[in-house]
Structure formats: C-alpha cells, structure tokens
Write a protein that binds this ligand. Structure first.
Ligand SMILES: [Fe+2]
Length: 387
C-alpha cells in the first residue's frame, strides 16, 4: 500500500509517483479492489500522460455512421487537442484533421451538409476528402502546388456503424480486438440504426469520473432515488463478462415491474429484442471512454473526450430502429426523449462535480469498491495496462 500520508498536496504534478502508486494497486482479486488514487483525477502531469498513452495511443470512438447518412454530411469534434472533421463523400467516410494547412484555424465546426469547407481565416477551400481545391493569391509562393495539399488523414475503422479512430501507429486492428462483440452488435443491427438525437454537454470533472458513474448502478439508490431507483434498483445490478477491450454492467427491471417502465412511448423495440431481453438494460464500456446504453427500444452511444484534467465534453448520440424513425411524429418523440433525459443527466453531473471537489482534499485516499461497481476497477485495470 503506497504511503499517501507523505503526500500533503494531492494535486502534486508527479506523474511517475502516481503511475507507481497505480501499478502497486494491481490485484487479480475483485473483492480486494479499490479506486485509483485521487491524484489520478487531479494531476496535470498524469493527465498529459493519459492523453499520450490513451487518447493518442488507443482506438477512440468519434460517432456513428447514422450521423452522416448522405453525401456532404459532416460532423466535428476535438480529441486530445486534435480538431477533427468526419465527412461522407461519394467514396465513403473520411476522418481528417480539421486544421487548415495554411495557418491552422479549424476549417469547420459543428455539423451539417456541405459541398466544400472554406477556412474562415483566408478562404482556403477543401473538398469533402480534404483536397485543397482553392487557395487565393498563392500564385507568387514559389513551388507551392495546391494539388499536393490535403488535410491530414486519420486512421479509422468502422465497427458495426461505430466510427473509431486512432492517432497511434501499429495498433492491433480494432475488428480483431472486438471480435467477440460481433454477435451482440449483429443481434441488435447496430449498423442499421437511425439517429434520434445528439446531445453534447460539458462535464466539469475528470473524464474517468464520468465513465465510472455511467458504468455502475450502485449509485441509483442515492443519486437517482426519486428517478431511476424505483424501476431499476441498483442492488439488482450485476457485472457482466469483461473482455480485453470492454466491460458490462447489467441492470434488470424491478421484480414484477411493468414493461412500460422500460419502454419509451412512441418507440418500437430494436430488431433482435424479445420479451425476456426487455426486462433489462445493459451498460457497456469500450475502453477508454465509449459508453453504450442498450435499452430494448434505443441505443445510446456516448464518447467522453477530455479537455483538461477537470473538464470533459460528453458527446451523446441516441439511436432507434428504422421502423421507429419512419413513424409519423417521430421528431416530436425524439425531442421529448431528449428533454426527459436531462433530469437524470443533471443528477449525475451534480454528484460528479461534488466528487471532484472532494477528490482535491489532502485527506482523500483510494476507496474500497463494492461488488456492484467492479466496472470501476475494470477501468482502473485498463489504465494500468496503458500507462
Ligand atoms: Fe447515474
């Protein structure tokens, strides 16, 4: 057990010490598991280490193909200080750096449909595959050949509709790592689902706190006492089988609960769901920060992208079956779903912000974990292997 008492300042920027402490916590016994040290949530140096080894070093989810169904569709996000744009052109999906080759302004933000992107700084213009098609008044720049210029292309793989990217070289192909998940993703036709809505919001705390909280239902009886707990009592949740790239938490509906408690009005069940599956919600983490919520009638895919040690952007995307999205009045259903989700989100945001404040205490130490939150330990083990 590391000697935390000698560390007066938990924000100490000593990444080596924190890495040593985390490695010393290694155990194969879930019943002895504990949280990472509080300093792992509060150190600039450790955050930089995570950016290098995890967010620049592994496969990261950026979204789902339903966000760009038509030629010209695009969306943008930033991963570890890398502004990216994801587009669809006639040849398929492109994942590119959005940083202008000229003087680095991102050429586009938000999402939409475009024929080309015009940099807002000096009107340099790029097509949907990132080729530079316009660069005004560059005719006197010696040896400048516009046709040789293209936005930096980012290595990507699409797994059942989920778009993954990596900045790292020589990683094991994603399809290989996630192969055991093929049957599950096929069962629910994840590649065929349609987008209901997207929701992006700021989380004023470390990215790991957001991931950990999504992945355990132990907190339902306190944080969601008046919302989720009645239908989905945290004590009934259980941890599923973890693999090299993922882990699961399962949350059954309360005993004798009615199916109406798990189904949303206006949504049809996802293809692949039968009556027995419908009495449970599955939560899945694909490391490091892709969170999937599998409900009988919808699938949420979130990617949590850190801005700094205490700020994370939550990009949430909710998918439904094509039969649901084709229904009359679906836009109103989707808007209502989005509005209804905010109360649960607010409850989680408030507790994680409080947790972050507590983690800065010089008296905070690693805490012991319940069997209901073994997924917190699974994330810690993933981090141990990456750092
Ligand atoms: Fe929660």
């Amino acid at each position: 057990m590391p000697d935390y008492s000698r560390r007066i300042d938990c924000t100490v920027d000593d990444s080596v010490t924190i890495v040593d402490d985390i490695k010393q916590q290694r155990s194969d016994d879930a019943s002895r598991s504990m949280t990472l040290p509080p300093a792992a949530y509060n150190s600039d140096a450790f955050f930089s280490h995570e950016m290098e080894k995890i967010f620049h070093g592994d496969w990261i989810v950026v979204g789902h193909i339903s966000q760009i169904p038509n030629v010209g569709d695009y969306f943008t996000l930033d991963i570890a200080n890398e502004p990216l744009v994801i587009t669809r052109d006639n040849d398929g999906v492109n994942v590119m750096s959005a940083v202008c080759l000229h003087r680095w302004a991102p050429i586009v933000s938000g999402s939409g449909n475009a024929k080309a992107f015009v940099c807002p700084f000096h009107n340099w213009t790029y097509d949907l595959a990132g080729h530079l098609v316009g660069a005004p008044y560059m005719n006197q720049a010696a040896d400048f050949d516009r046709k040789q210029c293209r936005l930096r292309q980012i290595n990507s793989e699409i797994f059942h509709g989920l778009i993954f990217i990596t900045f790292a070289k020589g990683l094991e192909p994603l399809a290989q790592r996630l192969k055991p998940l093929n049957a599950l993703f096929e069962k629910y036709s994840v590649a065929e689902l349609d987008m209901a809505y997207t929701l992006d919001y700021d989380c004023p705390f470390n990215w790991k706190m957001a991931v950990e909280t999504f992945m355990e239902c132990y907190h339902h009886s306190a944080v969601h006492r008046t919302t989720l707990e009645d239908s989905f009592p945290g004590r009934l949740s259980f941890i599923g089988e973890a693999g090299p790239g993922w882990t699961f938490c399962h949350q059954p509906l309360r005993k004798n609960g009615d199916l109406s408690e798990v189904l949303t009005e206006g949504l049809l069940p996802l293809p692949g769901f039968d009556e027995t599956d419908m009495r449970q919600i599955d939560l899945m983490l694909i490391y490091p920060s892709c969170l999937i919520g599998l409900n009988p009638d919808r699938l949420s895919i979130s990617t949590l992208l850190p801005i700094n040690k205490h700020m994370t952007i939550w990009h949430r995307l909710v998918l439904v079956s094509k039969a649901t999205s084709a229904q009359e009045g679906f836009a109103a259903t989707a808007a209502k779903m989005k509005a209804d989700s905010l109360s649960i989100i607010d409850e989680d945001l408030a507790i994680n912000a409080a947790q972050q404040r507590g983690s800065l205490s010089t008296l905070a130490r690693p805490g012991r974990l319940s069997h209901l939150e073994t997924t917190v330990w699974h994330l810690a083990n993933y981090i141990r292997t990456r750092i």
